[in-house]
Design a protein around this ligand. Structure first.
Ligand code: NAG
Ligand code: NAG
Ligand code: NAG
Ligand code: NAG
Ligand code: NAG
Ligand code: NAG
Ligand code: NAG
Length: 486
C-alpha cells in the first residue's frame, strides 16, 4: 500500500478544533425507486417536518443541488464500489472530494458534515470483498478532506452491527478478524473527533429468528430481559449500544461518540412488518434516544441517529428480505404512514409528522385484472412477469394486500405504474385493463406513479455541468460566492 502511505503524509495533525455536537435526529434518504419523489419535494418534506440532518447514499448531483441553501446538514457517501479506487488510486480521493464536497460545501451552499466511506463494508454477506480496501480508502478520504481545508467535514464508516461479537454487552468486542483494520480506523476517528457509526436493526433479528422475543425489541418492558451481571437490559437498543460502548472501551476509546447510521422498522412485506408495530417502535425509539437518558454504560449521553428511512423504495433488492421496500416513515409519495412525533417525548402538534401536500402524481388511473376473461391458463405467468420487475411484496402472506380477491390486479398495477403508466404496460396477454376507479381497499394501497423527472436518474449520478461551468463554480465557491445553479 505504498501509494496509501504517500497520501497519508498529507494528513496534517488535525485536531478536533470545533467541538462536535453529537445528538439529534436525522433521516436516511435513499432513492432506489421507480420514479422517486423529486429532490425538491423531498427537501420540502424535510423542511415541513423540521428535519435538520439527512444522510444520502452517494453524492448525487440533483440531490445535492436541491439541498443548496436549505441549511440541512448532509452526510454524503462514497459507495462500496468506489472503495477500490479510493484505496489504490492516489488521486481518486482528491478528485472525489473536489467533485462531491468542495463543489457544494461553500457558504450558502450545502452544509456537508460527514463523508461516509462505504456502507457496511464488512457485512458478512460481502465475504470480505471490501476488507482490504476500506481502511486505505478511509485514510485517503480523510487526508483529502484535510488537504482541501474542509475542517468541518469528517470521514466516517457506517458499519453493520455484525462487526461485533454476539455476546453479552459487557463482553462484546470487535470481531478479531476485523481488529487489524478497525484499530487504525479508530485512531483516525479519535483524532478527527468522528463518531463510530453503526446501523442497528432489532427488526431483522426478529425476522431471522422466530424465537426472538418481540417485546425485547420494544421499550415497554420485556418478559425476556438480557441480564448482564448487575445490569438488566429491557430493550435491544440499549444492549446493542452498550455492546458497542464496551467494544470501544476495550479497543482503547472509552469515550468515542456513537452514531446510529440507520435505525428503523418496516411496515409491509413480512412478518411483524406492520404499520402498527413500526409506528410504535419509531415513536418509542425516538423518545428514548431524544430523552438523553443514555444507556447503563453511558448514562446521560445523546447519540446522533438517522431514521431508516425517509421514503419507501420500491426497486430495492429484496435479497435481505421482502420487507426491504417498506422502510419509509413515509410512503413513496411523501404520505406519512403513522402518527409520529419527531421531537423528544412531547405531543406537540408542531412537531407531529406532516405529509407532503400535493405529491406530483401522474393521472389517477390503474391497471387491473379484466375479470371478464374466463380462461386463466396463462394468468400466473403474467403475474410472475409483473412481479419479477415491479414490487409485489405487499401480496405476501400477512401483508397489506394478501387478502385481495384478485391479487393479479395489484401485480399488474404495480408494473404499470413502474412503467410510468405506459398504456403498452397494461396488456398482459389481454388479462389487464386500465380503470380510473381506485382499487385500493383498506390498508392495501394501490400506488399511482409520480411524474417521472426527465434528465435525472434514480441510480447513477448525472453530471450536467460543463467543465467550464465547473471551473467557474469552483472559483466562485472558493470565494464563498453562491454559484449559479442550472
Ligand atoms: C464523486 O466523484 C467521483 C470523481 O472523483 C465520481 O466518480 C463519482 O461518481 C462522484 N459521485 C458520486 C455519487 O460518488
Ligand atoms: C459470498 O459467498 C456465498 C457463499 O459462498 C455466495 O453465495 C455469495 O454470492 C457471496 N457473496 C458475495 C458478495 O461475494
Ligand atoms: C485481503 O488481504 C489478505 C491478506 O493479504 C488476503 O489473504 C485476502 O485475499 C485479501 N482479500 C481480498 C478480498 O482481496
Ligand atoms: C484519543 O484522543 C484523545 C483526545 O485527543 C487523547 O487524549 C487520547 O489519547 C486518544 N486515545 C487514543 C487511544 O489514541
Ligand atoms: C375484458 O375482457 C372481455 C372478454 O375477453 C373483453 O370483451 C373486454 O373488451 C375486455 N375489457 C377491456 C376493457 O379490455
Ligand atoms: C398462453 O400463452 C401461450 C404462449 O405464451 C399461447 O400460445 C396460448 O394461446 C395462451 N393461452 C391462453 C388461453 O391465452
Ligand atoms: C400465512 O401465515 C400464517 C401465520 O404465520 C400461517 O399460519 C399460514 O399457514 C400462512 N399461509 C400461507 C398460505 O402460507
Amino acid at each position: 500500500m505504498a501509494r496509501v502511505a504517500l497520501l497519508s503524509l498529507l494528513v496534517l495533525s488535525m485536531t478536533a478544533s470545533a467541538a462536535i455536537c453529537v445528538g439529534g435526529l436525522g433521516v436516511n434518504w435513499g432513492n432506489q425507486a421507480f420514479n422517486p419523489l423529486p429532490p425538491k419535494d423531498v427537501v420540502k418534506l424535510l423542511q415541513m417536518n423540521s428535519v435538520t440532518k439527512v444522510k444520502i447514499f452517494d453524492a448525487n448531483y440533483d440531490i445535492l443541488k436541491s439541498l443548496v441553501g436549505s441549511g440541512i446538514e448532509v452526510m454524503v457517501a462514497a459507495p462500496n464500489y468506489a472503495l477500490y479506487d479510493l484505496a489504490n488510486n492516489p488521486n481518486a480521493a482528491t478528485e472525489w472530494v473536489k467533485q462531491n464536497v468542495t463543489r457544494f460545501n461553500f457558504k450558502g451552499g450545502v452544509d456537508i458534515k460527514w463523508v461516509a466511506v462505504g456502507n457496511e463494508p464488512f457485512l458478512t454477506a460481502y465475504n470480505g470483498s471490501y476488507l482490504n480496501t476500506t481502511l486505505p480508502a478511509f485514510q485517503n478520504m480523510q487526508a483529502a478532506l484535510d488537504a482541501a481545508g474542509h475542517t468541518g467535514v469528517r470521514a466516517i464508516i457506517p458499519f453493520n452491527a455484525d462487526v461485533l461479537t454476539n455476546v453479552k454487552p459487557s463482553a462484546t468486542t470487535f470481531k478479531p478478524e476485523y481488529i487489524a483494520q478497525i484499530g487504525p480506523m479508530l485512531e483516525i476517528m479519535n483524532r478527527t473527533g468522528a463518531p463510530f457509526c453503526m446501523n442497528l436493526y432489532p427488526y431483522i433479528s426478529l425476522y431471522m429468528d422466530s424465537g426472538y422475543p418481540v417485546d425485547y425489541a420494544f421499550f415497554s418492558g420485556t418478559t425476556s430481559p438480557n441480564v448482564d451481571g448487575a445490569i438488566t437490559y429491557q430493550n435491544a437498543l440499549d444492549a446493542s449500544l452498550d455492546g458497542l460502548a464496551s467494544a470501544l472501551s476495550k479497543a482503547g476509546y472509552p469515550s468515542m461518540p456513537i452514531m446510529l447510521g440507520e435505525i428503523g422498522w418496516p411496515t409491509d412485506g413480512a412478518r411483524s412488518a406492520t404499520v402498527d408495530l413500526a409506528g410504535r417502535y419509531m415513536q418509542d425509539m425516538i423518545t428514548h434516544l431524544q430523552s438523553g437518558i443514555g444507556t447503563p454504560l453511558r448514562p446521560n449521553v445523546f447519540v446522533e441517529f438517522y431514521l431508516f428511512g425517509l421514503l419507501d423504495e420500491n426497486s430495492k433488492s429484496i435479497a435481505p428480505g421482502p420487507f426491504e421496500r417498506h422502510w419509509g416513515v413515509f410512503y413513496y409519495d411523501g404520505v406519512a404512514k403513522y402518527p409520529l412525533n419527531l421531537a423528544s417525548g412531547t405531543t406537540n402538534a408542531a412537531t407531529a409528522i406532516k405529509s407532503l401536500v400535493n405529491p406530483p402524481y401522474m393521472a389517477e388511473q390503474f391497471c387491473v385484472l379484466n375479470t371478464s376473461v374466463i380462461d386463466r391458463t396463462n394468468l400466473t405467468q403474467n403475474v410472475d412477469y409483473a412481479c419479477g420487475i415491479a414490487d409485489c411484496t405487499a401480496l405476501n402472506n400477512g401483508s397489506t394486500c394478501a387478502t385481495l380477491a384478485e391479487p393479479a390486479s395489484y401485480a399488474f398495477n404495480s408494473y404499470f405504474q413502474a412503467m410510468s403508466q405506459d398504456p403498452g404496460a397494461c396488456n398482459f396477454q389481454g388479462y389487464a385493463m386500465i380503470v380510473t376507479e381506485n382499487p385500493s381497499q383498506g390498508a392495501c394501497r394501490f400506488p399511482i406513479s409520480l411524474v417521472p423527472t426527465t434528465g435525472s436518474s434514480s441510480g447513477a449520478p448525472s453530471w450536467r455541468l460543463s467543465s467550464a461551468a465547473l471551473t467557474l463554480a469552483l472559483v466562485l465557491s472558493s470565494l464563498g460566492v453562491l454559484w449559479p445553479i442550472t
